[in-house]
Design a protein around this ligand. Structure first.
Ligand code: SF4
Length: 433
């Protein structure tokens, strides 16, 4: 079908995995001759890739769907992502939404839209279901590209809706991953972000997570590898050795969730604080500047003031480069929903503020510890004043004067000053080569 004239816009909420899937869809539609436009612009098709991990994500997803329908009257509105799985029947009943596509069929949305404009209406449930059938990312809104190696999860942490909306754990065949890596590098990407839902639990034939990383690191090319987010229970002590490879970036987003063993047990997490500390010390013994970032939930049912204080102590002890703080959010159908002693929102908000203060202090300490040191920054953008921005290998946001340099290239930068605090903190640097 001649679709050249059709305009399509995308809006993504949630995690890096969702972002990767949108990037792949952008590449798909671009190749099929659609004009990919900004979400603010009127389009013939709008795809909203939703998130449902918390109440706030639900609300943001609903607002985005309403905005998409309001700004594109008469256009095709496709809702996909985790909220599409979580509230499918309800969303299918809303007139403003044309199609609701579940996560496992998201990769086939081009066929659905082509069919729509070709007069061959396809029911989304008739689409091909494969969580790995995504186009290689070539036209992306970002400098780094994710490589999806796994989907779903079997852990069933008591607060988490993800196993319900993303399904059971599945691992992508290793040859497919390596082909995807080679094609993505051929498209000019310099940083690959290994992503999935619970990637540490990768299992394909006799291959485990470490095998996937070794295979990716052995591919020829000028690139580096970053791991998106990892559960602390998904790897052995040998894992630390992989980070001595020059392409591995010394940064892990290791999801702690709570500093209290009592709360970790009620969350049904697969590790305790001693194990988490062992991992942090193992890495820092070999790589003193290693950057650990993390997620923390405050206000989990029955979390006492003492339990909460243990989370604050953990932030102060582990020198995290950044802490994402979440107020516990009841997810329908999870075990935690049925637990006693849910914490009032006022207390959750107060605890969230205290954790943010501690995490901002931790971030300040971490960023300031790099002053005078040199980072290899991947340039993500250069503004009119010739100031470049990008991240160093330790996942430090750096801004520096960059006459004559180009986007998507590496630059050696000496770090001289920290500006701002918390999420907005960044480091000012000077080019050294
Ligand atoms: S490991 Fe736990 S928190 Fe992470 S996706 Fe699985 S169930 Fe959710």
């Amino acid at each position: 079908m001649n679709s050249a004239k059709k305009k399509i816009a995308f809006k993504t909420l949630g995690c890096r995995l969702n972002q990767y899937e949108t990037d792949a869809l952008v590449s798909d539609f671009d190749k099929a001759g659609y004009e990919v436009v900004d979400f603010k612009e009127h389009a013939d098709v709008v795809v909203v890739n939703t998130c449902t991990v918390t109440n706030q994500s639900d609300q943001k997803s609903r607002n985005t769907i309403s905005q998409a329908a309001r700004n594109n009257k008469g256009s095709v509105v496709v809702v996909t992502g985790c909220m599409a799985n979580n509230y499918k029947e309800k969303l299918e009943g809303e007139d403003k939404i044309t199609y609701v596509v579940e996560n496992n069929r998201k990769g086939s949305i081009l066929n659905l839209v082509d069919g729509h404009f070709g007069g061959e209406l396809i029911h989304p449930e008739k689409l091909h279901a494969d969580v790995f059938s995504y186009q290689v990312v070539d036209k992306s809104l970002h400098t780094r590209s994710a490589i999806k190696i796994q989907d779903g999860c079997d852990n069933f942490c008591t607060f988490c809706i993800i196993p319900t909306v993303r399904g059971r754990a599945v691992s992508r065949p290793l040859p497919q991953i390596i082909e995807n890596v080679k094609n993505t590098l051929a498209n000019g990407f310099k940083e690959l972000v290994i992503t999935g839902v619970n990637i540490g639990r990768y299992e394909w034939e006799d291959k485990r997570f470490e095998d996937v990383l070794e295979a990716i690191l052995s591919v020829e090319g000028d690139f580096r590898v970053r791991i998106s987010s990892l559960e602390p229970d998904g790897f052995g002590d040998d894992f630390v050795k992989l980070f001595s490879h020059p392409r591995m970036t010394p940064h892990l987003h290791l999801c702690l969730q709570s500093g209290s063993d009592k709360v970790l047990l009620r969350m049904r997490r697969m590790y305790d604080l001693k194990q988490f500390e062992h991992t942090v010390n193992l890495f820092r013994a070999q790589y003193p500047d290693f950057n650990f970032t993390t997620d923390l939930i405050v206000g989990f049912p029955d979390e006492s003031e003492d339990d909460f204080q243990e989370s604050i102590d953990a932030v102060n002890r582990y020198n995290f480069g950044h802490v994402h703080t979440f107020k516990y959010s009841v997810r329908k159908g999870t075990r935690a929903e049925r637990m006693d002693n849910h914490i009032p929102d006022k207390i959750k908000t107060e605890r969230s503020t205290r954790i943010r203060e501690a995490s901002e202090d931790s971030r300040d300490r971490y960023l300031n510890s790099f002053l005078g040191k040199t980072e290899t920054v991947l340039i993500e953008g250069i503004n009119k004043q010739q100031v470049a921005n990008g991240y160093g290998e330790h996942y430090i946001p750096v801004h520096f004067k960059a006459e004559g340099l180009e986007k998507n290239t590496f630059a050696r930068v000496k770090l001289v000053k920290v500006e701002g605090r918390g999420e907005d903190a960044r480091v000012i640097g000077e080019l050294v080569g």
